[in-house]
Write a protein that binds this ligand. Structure first.
Ligand code: SF4
Ligand code: SF4
Length: 356
């Protein structure tokens, strides 16, 4: 009785801790959003204020204020990233929204100057700089969140394959006690091949694979019936193959659909994913390494081009800008992580949705 009370109180504690963390995340997100919106608005307002010739606002004061607003904006970004990551972890749109937020801040000098009528001075320069810096920090954090999410997603796919609730055949079936799990093995080398069926199964004795024959213990009553009736199977592979039942009522596509919903085939897909995932990762890294100098040149060109557009938009307010190598490398890494994320998503789609 004390043990059950102990278990119950442990669960209460973990639930209470979870609720505490959720409350913290909601607070961080709310305060973060408040700080972000207010400080970004104040930075934009500063630009408008010093743009008004009748306001006589001190440009130096406005520039100093912009630096303070920039710090508040940074704190807000940290709160938004921490809160949204905790609350929306696993949601597909999380990374996209965070990257869009980062882009909105980073590219502010592209669209704000037209609203300002093209005016520029030291204060607008500082304000734009603060918005862009916040955008870079937000972007780096968003990419780190995206990378962590990919790793967690890949680990879950490697461990569980596609969701079990998508399965129709063999759903809820337990792995065998004398299980074997040969990597990329045949159906009888996987954990869901039940020993009592296997010993009387023509697929096993003919050393074939059920999904290639499109008939097996999860989908054909005859295979189970023969095992229940203890029907003897010849040990010879060719003779055993002659006893593999055939279903002529279903088309090739219908049988293929059947396999796609089967726990055995799903396990086989999980093995394929385990094989294809490191290959994809390796190919991407090799491609990145071999094309690095080309990509570096293109990214530098892109950064300079964006800067030229910003220069035109701000009438030269931001000065000549030569992207430092570290910034270009970081941007390149961001592109690489985004491309890698989508390559992994395509791989998952092919293996767990299309089941190729
Ligand atoms: S069809 Fe089923 S019982 Fe027969 S070998 Fe394959 S997994 Fe085992
Ligand atoms: S549905 Fe496909 S994978 Fe599952 S037992 Fe039948 S043939 Fe094998």
């Amino acid at each position: 009785m004390s043990a059950s009370r102990g278990f119950g109180s442990n669960r209460d504690l973990s639930d209470a801790f979870q609720e505490f963390l959720t409350a913290c995340a909601k607070t961080a997100l709310t305060l973060g959003l408040l700080c972000t919106v207010v400080s970004a608005a104040l930075l934009v307002f500063t630009c408008f204020r010093v743009n008004d010739p009748n306001a006589h606002a001190s440009i130096a004061d406005a520039a100093a204020n912009s630096k303070i607003f920039g710090k508040i904006l940074l704190a807000g970004i940290l709160g938004v990233t921490a809160g949204s990551t905790f609350l929306f972890w696993g949601e597909e749109v999380l990374g996209v929204l965070q990257l869009l937020g980062a882009a909105a801040l980073f590219f502010a000098p592209l669209y704000l100057p037209s609203a300002l009528g093209g005016a520029s001075n030291d204060a607008t320069k500082v304000a734009f700089g603060e918005l862009q810096s916040a955008g870079v920090v937000f972007g780096v954090l968003a990419v780190l969140v995206l990378a962590a999410e990919i790793v967690s997603h890949v680990r879950s796919r490697v461990a569980h394959g596609s969701k079990s609730d998508q399965l129709k055949y063999g759903k809820g079936i337990k792995e065998e006690a004398d299980r074997q799990n040969v990597f990329m093995g045949k159906c009888w080398q996987l954990p869901y091949c039940r020993r009592f069926v296997r010993l009387r199964c023509p697929i096993y004795h003919s050393k074939r694979t059920c999904w290639k024959e499109q008939v097996g213990c999860m989908c054909e009553e005859k295979v189970i019936q023969d095992a229940m009736e203890n029907r003897p199977i010849p040990k010879d592979e060719l003779l055993a193959a002659k006893l593999i039942p055939h279903n002529h009522k279903l088309t090739f596509e219908q049988k293929r659909d059947r396999c796609k919903q089967c726990v055995i085939y799903n396990e086989h897909q999980r093995h394929k994913y385990k094989l294809a995932m490191p290959i994809t990762l390796g190919v991407m890294i090799l491609l990145f390494a071999f094309t690095h100098s080309l990509l570096y040149g293109e990214t530098t060109f892109l950064t300079e081009k964006i800067n030229r557009v910003v220069q035109v938009g701000t009438l030269g307010a931001l000065g000549q800008y030569q992207p430092p190598p570290f910034f270009v490398e970081m941007l390149l890494f961001v592109f690489f992580v985004v491309v890698l994320t989508y390559a992994m998503k395509v791989l998952e789609f092919l293996i767990f949705k299309l089941k190729v």
